[in-house]
Design a protein around this ligand. Sequence first.
Ligand code: SF4
Length: 691
Amino acid sequence: MTATTLSDPAPSSQILGACPHDCPDTCSLLTTVQNGVAIKVQGNPAHPHTAGSLCTKVSRYTERTYHPERILHPLKRVGPKGSGQFERVSWDAALSDIAARLTAIAARDPQAILPYSYAGTMGLVQGESIAARFFNTLAASQLERTICAAAGGEGLVHTLGGKVGMRVEFFAESDVILIWGSNSITSNLHFWRYANDAKRRGARLICIDPRKSETADKCHEHVALLPGTDGALALGLMHELVRNDWLDHDYLARYTLGWEALRERALQWPPERAAATCGIAPEQVRALARDYGACARKGQAAAIRMNYGLQRVHGGGNAVRLIASLPALIGAWRHRAGGVLLSSSGAFPVQRAALQRPDLLAGRKPRSINMATIGNALLQPASPDFGSAIAALVVYNSNPVAIAPESAKVVQGFAREDLFTVVLEHFQTDTADYADYILPATTQLEHWDVHSAYGHTDALLNRPAIAPLGKAKPNTQIFRELARHMGLTDPCLQDSDEALCRQAYGDAVDFETLLAQGFATLPTPDAPFAQGNFPTPSGKCEFFSERLAARGLDGLPDHMPNHEAAHTSSAFPLAMISPPARNFLNSSFVNVNSLQATEGEPLLEIHPDDAAARQIAQGDVVRVFNDRGDYQCRAHVSTRARAGVVNGLGVWWRKLGLNGTNVNQLTSQNLTDLGHGPTFYDCLVQVSRSE
Ligand code: SF4
């Protein structure tokens, strides 16, 4: 591949890109183009983490890009909200009307305008660059982007000092790997490759997950704990590490803060108590502690790969704090193949202020609206506390009607006749059905972008492989043109994608390397915390966090029961989690025909005992319900679900489900202990056979 400038047409038939989806792996893509048409998307063999392979979802990227239902023209609503009836309009007509509507609302109160976006693309440029500048110029309401990782992210920050951890490639050298709250085969495939290398070398793999996932099938041991009890399990492990003196006293003394207090707390959690809370056998707690602690005593490497599933519960932030503390107890950080990884995103020198220009607020301090409670926010009338009711919503890179919790309220909010809604999209999603205007956005094959990652430490560049289809435009271009139509004149609102790509890392990553090979590896130490040096205020692993204590919170992590803990309701006796179906990624790919055909229908995995107690047979249509609503899907009677827990695989588009709803009809708008995150996996339900 020859190096080009960003304005040149692609010179060869194989174009380097980056996967834009919300997945830790951020693969390097190689798109084959013939006569201007992308015919194949593959993994780049030259990128060490991608190693030439992609997941099934993204290897179907051409099917998604050329999908017959792609939105290729601006559309204006002509029917009632939610009816999905639109007519084609020109870009100029759409942008002129949107600009007039937003200008009028901004004149009354710019905070009545709310952007709503997340990780539909993880790209730094097509995510929050011109869009953020546009909304900062207006001083629109800010969005608290909490929907996925807020609790765990804050848990990491208050323990390790940031979203930092082991380098993923060194898992291949680990001797024990706890895969905690992650179905890696489905959602972290390229980590799984390293774990498998370790397994072949003799490493012991232990999966900790309420669901007996495809990953659990391939591990030596599966600990099927109840949802939201991960913190209790971590405390039980600490108890055993203390009681058996499987501790690295030197590491604890030199490189940690608050050990005595944490030790006292851990001693309150003997295996029997932890096991009773987790719904497992005490011997499983003891055995897990033995595997983990003894490994380090032998000088071997003990590693933990967490993922974000476990923090989608009331105590998610505290659970992550407890799990992230474990490596310091046994000195696992001394070894490059020991420690913990939840996210590596803190390693990237992203120049956010340059991209997003918060200075454009010019001293104005708009309110923040939490995206996890958008249902409540849209239904909130004007008040002195709340301020103006939300009058306009601009949605990009997200599908809140499908993915936000407590859908009934979200739908009610989006259906408000007095709400003006603009949606930038590839497809007519559940959210787009409620738009006043749908604006056709480009896919990753049609625009430039720059990426960070949260499962490795390589920065990536995405080149366009093909010209935009139809009248589609990149998000950046849509916001540039909207700014012009609104008479916003700051020159930074017109920065080109080339300028933005270069601004994303400034001088911190060599742009020529990105241009030449599509990725650039960040210089990171092999064993970053072998001698402390945590990016915390104390420089130590902070079991006790002064910063949390200063906020009036417990400075020491603890187990916090779910808002809706198992066995606390006779009306709703089953705990429900909603992990992603294997062929979907959040609500992306649900409408890709080949992937949808593989998934079949929305499924609820239910344990044979729970099914028998309800006269539910394999394949029955079932009603899953609680006080917030009900959802119909097909029962899959299987030991993939543990007794007392059902797995509602998601996230289906509502309109593609059996009764026009999905699992989020049941989830609540309760929030996590840290980070104001949603609690999707903290949800009690009942299930019955549908009549
Ligand atoms: S979704 Fe993940 S595994 Fe699949 S191609 Fe993208 S980054 Fe790779």
